[in-house]
Design a protein. Structure first.
Ligand code: ATP
Ligand code: MG
Length: 358
């Protein structure tokens, strides 16, 4: 049986609370699934790394991550870093770019018994993470925003066939494993060349997946469909900016940002990252909701288990999903969900649930 080395980057704000909560649950789930214990590799990043290494994203951290397949990333608050680091290097964006983590997979799934705008929402947004209209994140440097004069600002969007093809394959593979439905989101009536290419290349890839039912919508129409009938959707694939906006909307429809997980993946590596930020307003109080981070970590195990064909990992991921649902269903909830359970106590309840589910 393989033992895995996984990275831990705690992050800022509530990161040092929710990331250890996720580690606790992962350890319990792997034990329950009969997998060997993880070798956790803690690495400095963000505010703590500025203190110890004088750099928010130390080269030594990037080098250590290059040796790993997967890691947990806590949230970061680069706007709060001391000068000259403030707002300069966004640790999460830097890592995504450095490792070309092109697929941002963001499920929006409501939890039984918990508030949701559209109950029984269960969809996944697959967001292209490297190009589109967030040119500063593009792998094609020099293509970002610029100002030809002080009164004019210009931004460009880039879509390339290979980038659409690889994200489309991820989305179709996922849809094949789920309910076999894929929705392409674009704005091909206005952004004809860029998002038109996005739609067309996705449609071409569709020919390889005859069992997946495909439809497509303009981004504006899609927001209406999501609010009205979120539970009609299975997998949604879209470009960077549309995916960013749509996934916040979907997360909120399914419950709240505090429960919305994500992973960022390439073909080789994956990074678990909650959809929410570092929540400095509640940091250090043991009140943060660790669900998003815990479910992100479960996604990471599932990703690794699928790639390595290691059923113990996929089973551990399923145990975590089930235990989170049961714990919330039993009324154990953090403050943002109307409960009084602390971050640590919530994680301990999920870890106990994982053992019971076994
Ligand atoms: P960022 O720019 O890092 O994305 P943001 O401005 O979007 O940050 P968040 O840090 O996500 O903001 O916080 C938004 C609000 O949601 C805050 O009031 C915060 O306390 C709350 N919040 C975020 N995450 C959680 C969580 N896990 N549990 C409870 N409340 C949370
Ligand atoms: Mg945010």
């Amino acid at each position: 049986m393989t033992s895995y080395r996984l990275g831990v980057l705690e992050g800022d704000g509530i990161g040092p609370e929710i990331v250890p909560a996720a580690v606790l649950v992962l350890d319990a789930a792997l034990a329950a699934a009969g997998a060997p214990p993880v070798d956790w590799v803690e690495l400095p990043l963000g505010a703590s790394a500025i203190d110890t290494h004088g750099d928010a994203v130390p080269a030594s951290t990037l080098a250590a991550l290059a040796e790993l397949d997967a890691w947990l990333l806590g949230p970061h608050d680069s706007a709060a870093y001391p000068e000259p680091h403030r707002g300069k290097l966004n640790p999460s964006g830097t890592i995504r770019k450095h490792f070309d983590l092109f697929a941002n997979i963001r499920p929006a799934k409501s939890l039984e018994g918990a508030y949701a705008i559209v109950p029984r929402t269960d969809l996944v947004i697959v967001r292209e993470n490297t190009q589109g209209f967030y040119a500063d994140r593009s792998t094609y440097r020099g293509s970002g925003e610029f100002m030809p004069s002080p009164d004019v600002a210009i931004a460009m969007g880039i879509i390339t066939r290979p980038a659409v093809e690889r994200i489309a394959v991820e989305a179709f593979e996922l849809a094949s494993r789920r309910r076999g439905k894929l929705t392409i989101v674009h704005k091909a009536n206005v952004l004809k060349l860029t998002t038109g290419m996005f739609r067309d290349v996705c449609r071409e890839v569709a020919a390889r997946y005859p069992d997946v039912a495909v439809d497509d919508f303009h981004i504006d129409a899609m927001t209406v469909h999501l609010v009205r009938r979120a539970n009609d959707f299975d997998v949604i694939v879209t470009e960077n900016m549309f995916g960013d906006i749509l996934s916040d909307l979907a997360g909120e429809i399914a419950g709240s940002l505090g429960i919305a997980p994500s992973i960022n993946a390439s073909h080789e590596r994956a990074m678990a990252q909650a959809a929410h930020g570092s929540a400095p307003d509640i940091a250090g109080q043991d009140v943060a909701n660790p669900i998003a981070m815990i479910l992100s970590s479960a996604m990471l195990l599932d990703w690794l288990g699928t790639r390595r064909q290691d059923p113990a990992l996929t089973q551990a991921a399923a145990l975590i999903d089930a235990a989170v649902a049961t714990t919330v269903g039993a009324g154990t909830r953090t403050r943002d969900m109307g409960g009084t359970t602390g971050t640590r106590a919530f994680a301990e309840a999920v870890a106990a649930g994982v053992k019971k589910a076994r």
